[in-house]
Every structure is written in structure tokens, then in C-alpha cells.
Design a protein around this ligand. Structure first.
Ligand code: HEC
Length: 169
């Protein structure tokens, strides 16, 4: 098993999966994911995220700890358009990508973000690597030349966030 600084694998571990489930339940309670999710403005976007996306963010408490959660609903499909998604979000929802600010020390080199890519029902998306299915939750994919962290490190301001000014809250 690959190890990172004695903390176990950076992503997809049993602990990461449990954390992702606790986070999803808190997000559901706050109506940020799931069938009762609040609506926000729909935007055109680009790969790897959906063609149309919607972003919600607010502090969320998971297991007694409160940190900022940023939720990106990713919409796609052959006839995806802002009008079509507006009229039936569930039909076009392909994935829910989430950044959640963890306690200091969780991943200090990468601003302590927990990353997850969920299926619309709250399961985890997987990445195939050398015949293994790695669940996309945790420090995804710390130390690799691909994945959430690698791409998001280019975000302006060094906070790994492209669209929201995290300093303002
Ligand atoms: C190849 C680059 C790339 C990868 C890989 C990537 N993202 Fe993003 N992500 C972006 C860009 C660019 C934006 C802002 C523009 C947009 O919304 O399309 C963004 C926006 C987001 C946002 C909204 C907050 C923000 O930064 O503006 C979240 C949440 C998010 N991504 C989560 C994830 C997660 C979780 C993963 C991994 C499963 C991931 N992203 C992988 C490029 C990437």
C-alpha cells in the first residue's frame, strides 16, 4: 500500500470514504446536495467539470468541526443547455464535486482541502488506475500530475479556489 507521510494513502481509504459519507449527510441537511438542494445560477463551464455547473458554498459542520464547503453540481448529457437543466436538474446531474476545508494539518501543503467527487445519489466516483478502482475522496490526488489538487493549485490567490474569494469570508 502506498503511504504518504505515515498517514496512509492520500485518497480513497476506508477513512476517506467514511468522511465523504458524513460530509454528504451534512450537505444534505443543509440542502446543498440531494433532491432538496437549493438552486443557484447556472453557468457554462469546461472539462473536466460538467458543461453546465452550479456552485453553492457555506460553512458546514461535520463531526463537530466547521469548515467552508464548496459544492459544484456538474450537469451534462447530449441535449444539455441552461434552459433544459433549469427545467429538470435531476435529469442532467452527472456528478457533484466538493471541496471541504478540513482542520489545520489535514493537508497543510494544499490548504487542508478535502476533495470528493460524488455520483448524484451521494456515492463516490472512481478512477481506474492499474486495474484498481480508486474512490475519489480525500487528498485527491496528492503528489500526482493530475487530479483535483494538481489542477486547482493554479487557482489565483493560492487558495486552490477559482471562482470564490475565500478571503472574503
Ligand atoms: C483540469 C483541471 C481541474 C481538475 C482536474 C479539477 N478541477 Fe475543479 N475546477 C477547475 C476550474 C477551472 C474551476 C473553475 C471554473 C469552472 O467552474 O469550470 C473549478 C471549480 C471547482 C469547484 C468550485 C470552486 C472553485 O474552485 O471555483 C469545485 C468545488 C471543484 N472544482 C472541485 C473539484 C474536485 C473535487 C475535483 C477532483 C475530483 C476537481 N475539481 C478537479 C478545474 C479543475
Amino acid at each position: 500500500m502506498m503511504r504518504t507521510m505515515g498517514m496512509g494513502p492520500p485518497m480513497g481509504s476506508a477513512e476517506d470514504v467514511t468522511d465523504s459519507q458524513a460530509l454528504w449527510r451534512s450537505l444534505e441537511r443543509a440542502q446543498l446536495v440531494g433532491t432538496r438542494a437549493k438552486k443557484s445560477e447556472l453557468h457554462m463551464s469546461a472539462p473536466p467539470h460538467g458543461k453546465i455547473t452550479e456552485i453553492l458554498h457555506q460553512p458546514i459542520t461535520v463531526n463537530g468541526y466547521t469548515g467552508l464547503a464548496i459544492i459544484k453540481q456538474n450537469y451534462g448529457g447530449p441535449d444539455v443547455s441552461i434552459d433544459n437543466v433549469e427545467s429538470d436538474r435531476a435529469k442532467y446531474l452527472k456528478a457533484v464535486t466538493v471541496m471541504y476545508k478540513r482542520e489545520a494539518g489535514y493537508d497543510p501543503e494544499n490548504k487542508d482541502w478535502f476533495w470528493a467527487k460524488y455520483t448524484p445519489d451521494g456515492g463516490l466516483d472512481v478512477m481506474e488506475k492499474m486495474g484498481m478502482n480508486i474512490k475519489l475522496a480525500g487528498r485527491v490526488a496528492k503528489g500526482k500530475q493530475e487530479g483535483c489538487i494538481f489542477c486547482h493549485q493554479n487557482a489565483p490567490g493560492g487558495d486552490f479556489v477559482f471562482l470564490i474569494d475565500t478571503q472574503a469570508r
